[in-house]
Design a protein around this ligand. Structure first.
Ligand code: AMP
Length: 256
């Protein structure tokens, strides 16, 4: 496994990969089993797998959230190697934003709903960094988790709208045994919050209405940003202590 931290070095090695299929898994590190499922899929389907680890500051609407975003680089590299990653791209801000974010990719509808209504500029940061990464890595396929379903839809829409030549592959949400979706931010939950956190998924798959779920979660100690069903999928974001949890489920399928 090779580590690369500059765009120029990555481009030089990418030109040597022509003729091989390239799978790409973009992440912000603090890797867990959810990330591993994306990497496994890429390794299974592509000749070469590229993993990026980059905590993208432009998608954080809150400086404190960025400051306490977990970092576990040594463990990440060990896991990536074990899973069969060929190249890890770990750029700096200067490498990714030579324009200092003066050029941005903005979507004007879906990006303002759900998480976009609560995190100003979040999806513009996400779409801009993903566009840059796709242009650097030039993968045949790029893998994204359905855990961040709104992000997945926006990235699919972006590559269609801008004619980016890549297949965007969605991978199912991987959960702990108690239903909590794996997330790097779970590392910041304290013991009591960790015990409470699975109630978010449990409430989403209950037969309760969006309003009833909101009420129940607020009573349990969450601070709900939104519970909203769109086209048969129920989306949720809620703060638990200092950690913001998001999740989504297809309604009907798992309702209890
Ligand atoms: P992140 O490092 O949080 O930006 O996530 C990198 C990628 O992993 C994104 O495409 C996420 O949707 C995906 N991902 C994160 N958590 C999970 C999970 N529990 N199951 C499946 N995919 C996930």
């Amino acid at each position: 496994m090779k580590k690369i931290d500059s765009v120029a070095a990555f481009r030089a090695l990418r030109s040597g990969l022509n003729g091989q299929s390239v799978g790409f898994v973009p992440t912000m590190g603090a890797l867990h089993i959810g990330h591993a499922s994306l990497i496994d899929e890429s390794v299974r389907c592509s000749d070469v797998t590229v993993l990026s680890i980059y905590i993208n500051p432009t998608q954080f609407d809150n400086a404190n959230d960025l400051a306490k975003y977990p970092e576990t680089l040594a463990e990440d590299l060990e896991l990536a190697e074990k899973l069969g990653v060929d190249y890890v791209f770990m750029p700096t801000y200067q490498q990714m934003y030579p324009d200092n974010f003066s050029y941005q990719v903005e979507e004007t509808k879906l990006s303002h709903q759900l998480c976009g209504a609560h995190r100003e500029g979040h999806f513009t940061g996400v779409l801009t960094v993903v566009m840059k990464l796709l242009n650097i890595v030039k993968p045949d396929r790029a893998y994204f988790g359905e855990k961040d379903y709104q992000q997945f839809e926006l990235i699919k829409g972006m590559v269609e709208a801008l004619f980016v030549d890549v297949e965007i592959v969605g991978c199912p949400t991987v959960r702990e045994n108690d239903g909590l979706a794996f997330s790097s931010r779970n590392l910041n939950l304290n013991v009591n919050e960790r015990k409470l956190a699975p109630k978010l998924h449990a409430a989403l798959v209950s037969g309760l209405s969006d309003e009833e779920v909101t009420l129940e979660l607020n009573q349990l100690g969450f601070v709900v940003d939104y519970i909203e069903t769109i086209s048969g999928r129920r989306f949720a974001a809620a703060q638990l202590g200092k950690v913001r949890l998001i999740d989504n489920v297809l309604r009907g399928e798992h309702e209890q």
